[in-house]
Design a protein around this ligand. Structure first.
Ligand code: ATP
Ligand code: MG
Ligand code: MG
Length: 383
């Protein structure tokens, strides 16, 4: 389809699903990641993948020397090296190094979004425990203490419930610089995937609802079962947020909806996103294929759903026992409209994303009914 070679920084499940989409288009993809058997490397045998860290300058330069376009499946990469490569001009970097660098620091990301008129929860930079106590006078408790950098799956967040938690919270997050966010008493969490081509064309996917358990995404309900006017507002905010950043590619936009319908943007991911896995089975073009199309400057595909309803459930490791991951998959083998995605991770750990299952159907009720036996294996006894 395209002679340009793609290099991906990171070889986890998002990289793996990018490779799946790329392979259907005869595109060649080279992966940079430390494990020899990283999930994305396992399924692309035509390339000599690079063994190394995605923040190692020399390794990124090595990858760049072999490809025409560089992209990321994780934002915690060495963005300064990406900026250099971008400046040299031979290799295109998607999304742009500036975008990755701005987004990878959640405090800078918030400042940037705020300066572009995007609604976000109030936030303050935090230097020490005293600063948290000062901010609490303004924000009240609970408040959310957050790591500026290297955050994922809620690691890097600490709910400060009262002044008694402050020292503990600051100590727990001491490895990274911090900021505090005012508590957002949301009624729902929403997400929208937005894709942009280099020529500026933007398309967004339907608004979905995300349900988190212990700060890790558990379920994604597509389309979100919300008032149409709230959905329109969420989609507009997501599109405006992405328009404010340069560069081509797919972006995940996480949002909170308040009781009065107000929407706050939580954060952006400059890459495919867990809330967009459902697009593989439920949309005309998946987030992964549209990412590939966007970074290669090919026409974007339709982002519309091709089924009335879909729910995605994550399969998280419970402990080192892989069997726990297979139980919901066995139930999914018997469920109508279910597709199993296992990521090929060799070790299971508590809370680690090991796979996901997407169900599609003619109605949300039907999908919920078919999901029930799968959920029973994931959370026995929970109704
Ligand atoms: P991800 O894995 O999505 O990158 P992350 O580690 O960067 O997550 P956040 O998205 O900042 O973390 O927060 C994780 C979850 O914590 C949110 O989805 C939401 O449920 C909750 N949360 C975050 N910020 C707030 C807030 N200000 N008020 C209330 N809840 C919050
Ligand atoms: Mg995050
Ligand atoms: Mg998040």
């Amino acid at each position: 389809m395209n002679s340009q070679k793609v290099g991906i920084l990171g070889g986890g499940q998002l990289g793996r699903m990018m490779v799946e989409a790329a392979s259907r288009l005869n595109l060649s993809v080279t992966i940079l990641d430390a494990p020899v058997d990283a999930p994305a490397k396992q399924i692309e045998s035509t390339q000599n993948h690079i063994q190394g860290a995605f923040n190692d300058a020399a390794k990124i330069t090595e990858l760049a020397s072999q490809v025409d376009v560089l992209t990321v499946e994780i934002e915690h990469v060495n963005a300064d090296v990406l900026a250099q490569i971008e400046q040299e001009g031979r290799v295109r970097v998607c999304p742009s190094a500036f975008t990755v660098k701005t987004i990878q620091d959640k405090y800078n990301q918030k400042k940037y979004l705020e300066s572009h008129g995007i609604p976000v929860a109030e936030y303050r930079e935090i230097k020490d425990a005293d600063a948290v106590k000062q901010v609490a006078k303004e924000f009240g408790y609970p408040l959310m203490l957050k790591s500026k950098t290297m955050a994922y799956d809620g690691k890097g967040n600490y709910v400060v419930k009262s002044e008694a938690d402050v020292e503990k919270a600051v100590a727990a997050l001491s490895k990274t610089p911090l900021y505090a966010e005012k508590w957002a008493p949301f009624v729902k969490e929403l997400a929208v995937m937005v894709v942009r081509r280099a020529n500026g064309e933007i398309r967004s996917y339907p608004v979905v609802e995300t349900i988190h358990k212990n700060s890790i995404c558990h379920l994604v309900i597509a389309p979100a079962q919300i008032d149409g006017s709230v959905a329109v507002k969420a989609q507009k905010i997501a599109e405006n947020a992405i328009k404010s950043f340069p560069g081509a590619g797919i972006f995940g936009v996480e949002m909170f909806v308040m009781a009065d319908g107000e929407i706050l943007l939580n954060e952006i991911a400059p890459r495919p996103h867990n809330s967009g896995h459902y697009t593989i089975e439920a949309c005309e073009t998946s987030q992964y294929e549209n990412h590939m199309r966007a970074i290669l400057d090919l026409p974007l595909g339709s982002t519309a759903m091709k089924v009335p309803a879909s729910i995605m459930v994550n399969i998280l490791g419970e402990n080192s026992d892989m069997e726990a991951c297979y139980k919901p998959c066995q139930a999914a083998l018997l469920a109508e409209g279910a597709t199993i995605h296992l990521y090929g991770k060799k070790e299971s750990r508590a809370g680690r994303k090991m796979g996901h299952i997407t169900l599609v159907g003619e109605s949300m009720m039907q999908v919920q009914k078919n999901l029930k036996p799968i959920l029973d294996e994931i959370e026995p006894g929970v109704e």
